[in-house]
Design a protein around this ligand. Structure first.
Ligand code: SF4
Length: 129
């Protein structure tokens, strides 16, 4: 009888020790997995990993008139061509005389020679039909 009580006591002691060990192992494993998620990887310079930045869009420039004759340059001046319209309702993109090569490219014009900015304007502007 005495042996039976001892073995029962022993059984509960061992069960408690095993239970505590299992709980402790669970805490350690959980700590490891969350540590992996929380810690950012360092790059060669010691900084944290970052997503590569998207390349910045270059501003469209349509001001190279080096290939134009003096007469063609004079036409630009005569019609007071500017690369940026001051009137939001009037620009080369909505002008009947504009020869578009897409909204992100320099276009042409039937009157003003050379590269024409879609957002440009001149006094020969005609509303697009
Ligand atoms: S006429 Fe003037 S406003 Fe029209 S597309 Fe040519 S430069 Fe632009």
């Amino acid at each position: 009888m005495n042996e039976k009580k001892l073995s029962r006591r022993e059984f509960f002691q061992r069960a408690m020790v095993l239970g505590a060990a299992a709980a402790g192992a669970g805490v350690v494993l959980t700590g490891c997995s969350s540590e992996k998620k929380a810690a950012p990887k360092a790059d060669a310079k010691g900084g944290a990993d970052k997503k590569p930045a998207a390349p910045k869009k270059k501003a469209l420039k349509c001001d190279d008139v080096s290939a134009l004759s003096d007469a063609e340059k004079n036409t630009r001046n005569t019609f007071k061509y500017v690369a940026k319209s001051t009137d939001p309702a009037k620009n080369c993109l909505n002008c009947q005389l504009y020869q578009s090569k897409g909204a992100d490219a320099c276009g042409g014009c039937q009157v003003v020679k050379g590269p024409i900015h879609p957002a440009g304007y001149c006094t020969a502007w005609v509303k697009k039909a």
